[in-house]
Design a protein. Structure first.
Length: 301
């Protein structure tokens, strides 16, 4: 009889000594499961197909068959047509089990992919939100609103509020820049000390102060500029102008002093020389009278 090898599943005669496919011993080593009818090894305590327990009585037919194996060997072997009409229940079960397992694994992979994708999107959105909140560029905040439409309401509201503040600051800067006023520029700096336009506003104030000093063109004006802008762009130019005016002033003072001395000398030289006046003579002193010339004193009565 042609049977299915319990080891590899290939067709083999139950009288063959070994299976031509896997080499396992067949004759005298197999029996039939009393539950499902599949051929199994006598040493098996459980049917691999239906998992039922195998007792001693179930193996008796196979034992009797092994006893009479010699008689069977003497008889000519009659080939039997395999029973293909019997459905292969085991193969179908394995196939369906494989399909179910594969479907479950596919679902797990899909759900894991969705989970990690959403987690990555959330992390990207959080980083973009933090960068936008720390930025002073309206374009950066607007880009966040355009890219992350599905962001949380709290994040989008915070970005919108911050964007409105930046737009107002930008309008203030445009007004201060257009005014070209030192007071307006200084007010913008005081109100927005961390704004990106603060540096530009300070440079404009520096330029306006130097222009005013240059227009006045005095030592005091240049000194005032240097005191206010010790790191100013025009500090060296102001210092040179200060030294120039000081030298010019000193030169003018020396020239005026020299001119004054020369005028005095010229005036002295222009006056004519006058003759010297004789000194007045003093009258001669009267000669002193001698005592003998004096009248005699009157005699006492």
């Amino acid at each position: 009889m042609i049977i299915k090898c319990p080891e590899c599943g290939h067709q083999v005669s139950d009288r063959a000594k070994t299976c031509p496919s896997c080499g396992i011993e067949i004759a005298g080593k197999i029996t039939r499961c009393p539950d499902c009818g599949e051929y199994i090894f006598k040493d098996d305590r459980e049917c691999p197909n239906c998992h039922c327990s195998i007792n001693a009585s179930a193996s008796e037919p196979a034992t009797g068959q092994s006893v009479n194996s010699q008689s069977y060997a003497m008889m000519p072997e009659i080939p039997e047509i395999p029973q293909t009409e019997e459905p292969k229940k085991t193969g179908h079960k394995i196939l369906w089990s494989s399909i179910v397992v594969g479907f479950v694994i596919a679902l797990i992979i899909v759900f894991l992919g969705i989970y990690f994708y959403q987690k990555s999107q959330q992390e990207n959105e959080m980083r973009a939100y933090e960068n936008a909140m720390m930025s002073a560029e309206p374009a950066v905040l607007q880009n966040f609103l355009d890219m992350y439409i599905d962001a949380s309401v709290a994040h989008r509201d915070s970005i919108k509020a911050h964007l409105e503040i930046l737009k107002k600051v930008d309008r203030d800067w445009q007004n201060a820049f257009a005014s070209q006023s030192k007071a307006a520029l200084q007010l913008f700096i005081d109100r927005n000390p961390e704004n990106i336009h603060v540096t530009e506003a300070r440079l404009m104030i520096d330029s306006l102060d130097f222009a005013a000093a240059k227009l006045e063109d005095t030592m005091d004006a240049y000194q005032k500029y240097m005191d206010s802008h010790q790191q100013g762009v025009y500090y060296d130019e102001a210092a040179n102008a200060y030294d120039r005016i000081r030298e010019e002033t000193e030169a003018k003072r020396r020239q005026a002093q020299q001119d004054s001395i020369m005028k005095a000398q010229q005036a002295a030289e222009a006056q004519p020389a006058q003759p010297a006046q004789p000194k007045p003579t003093q009258p001669a002193a009267k000669p002193a009278q001698s005592k003998s010339a004096q009248p005699a004193a009157k005699p006492a009565h």
